[in-house]
Design a protein around this ligand. Sequence first.
Ligand SMILES: Cc1cc2nc3c(=O)[nH]c(=O)nc-3n(C[C@H](O)[C@H](O)[C@H](O)COP(=O)(O)OP(=O)(O)OC[C@H]3O[C@@H](n4cnc5c(N)ncnc54)[C@H](O)[C@@H]3O)c2cc1C
Length: 567
Amino acid sequence: MPYRAPVRDIRFILDHVVGFAQVSATPRFAEATPEMSEAILTEAGRIATDILAPLNRAGDKHPARLENGAVVSSPGFVEGYRAIAAGGWVGIAASPKLGGMGLPISLALGVDDMMSGACLALHLKPVLSRGQIEALEHHASDAIKALYLPRLTSGEWSGTMNLTEPQAGSDVGALRSRAEPNGDGTYAVTGQKIYITWGDSDLVPNVCHLVLARLPDGAEGTKGISLFMVPKFIPDAAGNLGARNSLRVVSLEHKLGIHGSPTCVMQYDGATGWLVGEPHKGMAAMFTMMNNARLSVAAQGVGVAEAALQHALAYATDRRQGVTPLATDGAIIDHPDVRRMLAIMRAEVFAARSVALSCAVAIDMATATGSPEWQARAALLTPIAKAHGTDIGCEVAHLGVQIHGGMGFIEETGAAQFCRDARITPIYEGTNGIQAMDLVGRKMSDGGEAAFRLIDDVQGDAEAAHFTLPDLAADVWQAAEALREATEALLAHALNDRFAGSVPYLRGFARILGGHAHLRAAIADPAREPLARVMIRRVMPEHLALFLQAREGAAGLYDLSHEDFAA
Ligand SMILES: Cc1cc2nc3c(=O)[nH]c(=O)nc-3n(C[C@H](O)[C@H](O)[C@H](O)COP(=O)(O)OP(=O)(O)OC[C@H]3O[C@@H](n4cnc5c(N)ncnc54)[C@H](O)[C@@H]3O)c2cc1C
């Protein structure tokens, strides 16, 4: 079934669940009026539905390939990318001074959700450019900004991020790439990077790599890492492309999914680079890019889940098997277990989308007001949104296959592609395990203050809902109380014990935020109550078992020896 962008759902969540009105009430985002937001989401939805979604299968069946050292992209991707760039979508959040739209991240995230759902492999390209734009806006010299930002914002050139090396994945500090000063203000960058998304392409004339490398006097670990701009072709000050830089694509990875996105092994052999930000402060600059990208990956999980759900719904409406409670030759949608799966899928997508958008609103409010409380909320919600949104992407896509029965296992239906494509999202931009450790480690270094403030808000809303939806409101209030207790217990743990419980804790946290989002939705629109009931009564109770697991700490895990894992 063709994908249809969920403009209405995103709009509803912005207006009634996550409080986007606060964002448009700030002077910084005053232009993001309801009319403007509607127009932006509608137009992005049109591109996603009409232009990008039809490319998704071609990207899967005809992967990007390497010919004579250059990437040749999947059929239709050149035209698809042109539509994205021409619409100004690469620069959606970039400064208007550079040709960007200057819109809030909340709207950019809605666009990410729809474009990822339509064609994740292609959408990754503008997403990476957007992260690079943000990193340069914050950290680059005026000369680099003037040369690169307008061209990245317009989509004329594109950006990549180069962190990973064979021995340096989650442990970025272990990287070995190095940069030697050339004596003229530039640097010679040498090293191998792996898994570089869209490390080359035929969609743009110049690919601009942000590369992490160590200067000769750089200390070991993350503290000694610097960031460099290393373009494929070296431009002059006017942006005319000159000599080819000493970098190349060694090979493309053969992958489980996102076949249309070329994942490159990159070799830099004394390539000319320009320092971005201060020496040895590369991680801070790269974090700007990664934070933006982490939330965008949350939207990727949600977007693919939406597409998988739409696909499964169409199949379940059409496929007839046996006798259902509603008809003797009924569509499988009327079998109770298929209903259960579809209801859970829709409830999960709504909840994960709401968590991601509430994080985006917090980021926008932090940007617009500079308030430390909004900053803390954005920081707290980022790992939850990323890990949960991407886990849900995989789980919903798996349910989609299950609804298809045997046809789900047959590639031609397209249901399996969603599983394969979604599977990378819990891995890149920091694995979900690393996100959970971030949540219970760095994000709780305030003694849990930001978490407790959020729990207070959830309970406040539940109390306000008491007279309208008493049973659902009581369940959400009680679940939030369980979250408060689990948080207190976690904070009393030593760090390694916290880490051992961090993944179930994060998931339990997200379950309650999901229940809260559904409660708000049902209060705003009574027609949404049945779905809220599915979330709050069937899905949210999972938090009880999750918090028990989170409290267990690490000891029991280390009681098992390496030999105990063997059969
Ligand atoms: C398709 C694809 C595209 C990618 N795109 C890019 C890109 O554009 N740019 C880029 O730089 N990189 C990119 N990556 C790399 C990606 O970000 C890494 O794969 C990811 O960060 C994990 O690193 P790793 O693969 O080395 O796994 P490892 O770090 O080896 O992790 C293996 C397992 O150990 C766990 N683990 C590791 N350390 C810890 C710890 N301290 N505590 C607890 N658990 C731990 C992890 O959670 C994971 O489960 C991409 C990867 C893929 C597959």
